[in-house]
Design a protein around this ligand. Structure first.
Ligand code: ATP
Ligand code: MG
Length: 308
């Protein structure tokens, strides 16, 4: 197990009698890209604000890299990067000056800061506009600048709240790649989004929040199996010749619960991933194995199912 970066126990937030986050238990480890999902108003941003120490929990506990954000907000701010839903910059300063200001706030030595800032501006594709005032930048450019701004202080943990909203397709691609690079560099990322196909592409694990509760949490393939296939693995084997003898032999294998004949292929349900054993059996029965695939699940389908 990796080092625990975020741990909440029964974390709750109530606004004037309305419970926005309700006894939430989160456990996120170093290097994960955790997709934090849920409908509008589910409590995602409220949770992030509590993790950042920007709003006080009503009850329960929060730990971020071993610190309590409520009592030790400065320690948490030092190691955490946050890209809010609406990125805010000093509009009359240039892109570069804004990053220099962040570097100064984080006590980065000037020389080191200059080099890092120029590298970062190039990484996020803003070198050309680095000397333009932020008020003249497009929304997508500001979003990219927001990511560079997070990287200036080289945080351990990053919260991205809807980082791709309003961004063109090429920009989305860049932001997803930048996010994946953060994790490769050892940062932990909490990625809040309604763009489920984007989440499916880069997240190692997801949590789906509804009315302040986690209704599903885990790796996408496992969640798919649980939510859609009743916990079973579904394997499709395309064979040269489908015959009853082969079907019966597969049915007798330990772990296989069902075999269906669909013309030129067999649809096999089992309680573990038996691809290796099944392909061996098919080949050894003097049949030819033309193809095999295990059913994969879309996050869209899982999301719909757990929220229905
Ligand atoms: N400062 C506040 N005062 C009162 N209610 C609030 C406040 N902030 C959030 N809420 C309420 O708490 C609930 C959760 O809001 P939150 O912003 O955390 O949702 P979210 O999951 O981030 O939604 P979205 O996907 O729309 O960003 C909503 O019902 C919202 O109206
Ligand atoms: Mg939100």
């Amino acid at each position: 197990m990796g080092q625990v970066v975020i741990e909440t126990k029964d974390l709750s937030k109530t606004y004037d009698g309305f419970t926005a986050v309700d006894k939430l238990n989160l456990h996120i480890e170093e290097g994960e890209i955790f997709g934090f999902l849920g409908p509008n108003g589910a409590g995602k941003t409220t949770t992030i604000l509590m993790l950042l120490g920007l709003t006080e929990p009503s009850s329960g506990t929060v730990q971020v890299c071993g610190y309590n954000p409520d009592r030790e907000p400065l320690e948490v701010k030092r190691i955490v990067g946050y890209l809010p839903e609406k990125v805010g910059f000093y509009e009359d300063l240039t892109a570069k000056q804004n990053l220099e200001y962040t570097a100064e706030l984080n006590n980065l030595p000037r020389g080191e800061a200059q080099e890092r800032i120029s590298n970062l501006l190039s990484t996020v594709g803003l070198s050309q506009v680095s000397d333009q005032e932020v008020r003249k930048l497009s929304r997508g450019m500001k979003q990219r600048l927001g990511i560079a701004d997070i990287w200036v202080k080289d945080p351990k943990l990053v919260f991205l709240d809807e980082p791709t909203s309003g961004i063109d397709p090429e920009g989305i691609e860049d932001i997803l790649n930048l996010t994946a690079n953060m994790a490769k560099r050892g940062m932990t990322v909490v990625f809040c989004s309604h763009q489920l196909h984007q989440v499916q592409r880069i997240c190692t694990r997801v949590g789906i929040l509804a009315k302040g509760h986690l209704v599903a949490e885990g790796q996408i393939d496992g969640l798919g199996r649980q939510a859609i296939a009743g916990g079973r693995y579904r394997i499709e084997a395309q064979v040269g010749q489908v015959h009853q003898e082969l079907i019966d032999a597969i049915k007798r294998m330990g772990g296989v619960t069902d075999v269906q004949d669909s013309g030129d292929s067999l649809l096999i349900s089992c309680n573990k991933d038996l691809r290796k054993q099944i392909s061996k059996l098919i080949v050894e029965s003097d049949n030819s194995l033309l193809g095999m695939r295990i059913e994969e699940y879309s996050l869209e389908a899982i999301y719909k199912k757990v929220l229905s």
